[in-house]
Every structure is written in C-alpha cells, then in structure tokens.
Design a protein around this ligand. Structure first.
Ligand code: CO
Length: 134
C-alpha cells in the first residue's frame, strides 16, 4: 500500500541554525521558511536526490512539537512520511486493522498542499507516520 518515502521530518529548537547546518555544512539545497499556522510549525524543506528532509520549528505557544522538543532539547527525528495513492482508502484499511489515526480521522491539507493523516506511533514501531496522498 505505501509507496515512496516522501520525507523525513526533524523537529529542531532553532530552525535558522538547523537550516544553516543543512545549507552550509552538508551542502544541501534548502527552501525558504514557510509558516504553517494551521499546523503550529514553520517548515524548511531540503531537497535530496531521492527524498526530502522537512525541518520543523515551533510556531506559536500551542505548537504540536513543543512536547517533543521538551523531551529532545537538541531536536530529533519526528516523523516519516510515506506516499499513498488514495488517503481515505488507506485510512479505512488501517482502521479496519485496528490502527489509530490521530485527530478526527479526516485528512488535513499538509505542508505540500496535499491531504495528509498521522498514525499513532504506538501502532507503528514507535514511529509517528504521516501518510500523504501523492
Ligand atoms: Co511531514
């Protein structure tokens, strides 16, 4: 069912510093910062030949990554995003097997303008999984 690895997301306490590490130290192609107010994060995308890295910085006091950064003050891998051809069909298949979808279970428009869902890490090997319709 799942297809390509769309991106690996890394939550960071200092988005500008993290962007400079990827741009200068690692020599990667990085995007501008984009605020995602409906998701409580600011994102920077790093284009790699075979996938992307999504740097996540906190936006606002109620950012969903605040608790993660409290537990991981230097930052850390936050989620993996896999592509699926039909997100509602994927959700129905997963929930029928007992997997938990976070939030209301309805896809939201994600950072790329496409529908996304998040799956409970306890059901997926301790990893928060994002599904993106692509
Ligand atoms: Co993501």
């Amino acid at each position: 069912m799942i297809g390509r690895l769309n991106h690996v997301a890394i939550a960071v306490p200092d988005l500008k510093a993290a962007t400079e590490i990827y741009r200068n130290t690692l020599g990667a192609k990085v995007s501008d910062e984009v605020d995602q107010p409906e998701h409580g994060v600011t994102t920077v995308f790093i284009e790699l030949p075979n996938t992307k890295i999504e740097l996540l910085g906190m936006l606002g006091d109620k950012s969903p990554i605040a608790a993660f950064l409290e537990r991981n003050p230097n930052g850390g891998i936050h989620h993996l995003c896999y592509e699926v051809p039909d997100i509602k069909a994927a959700r129905d298949r997963l929930t029928a097997q007992g997997a938990r979808v976070l939030g209301q279970g309805e896809p939201k428009i994600g950072a790329h303008g496409k529908p996304v869902l998040f799956l409970h890490p306890k059901d997926f090997c301790g990893t928060l999984v994002e599904l993106e319709e692509a």
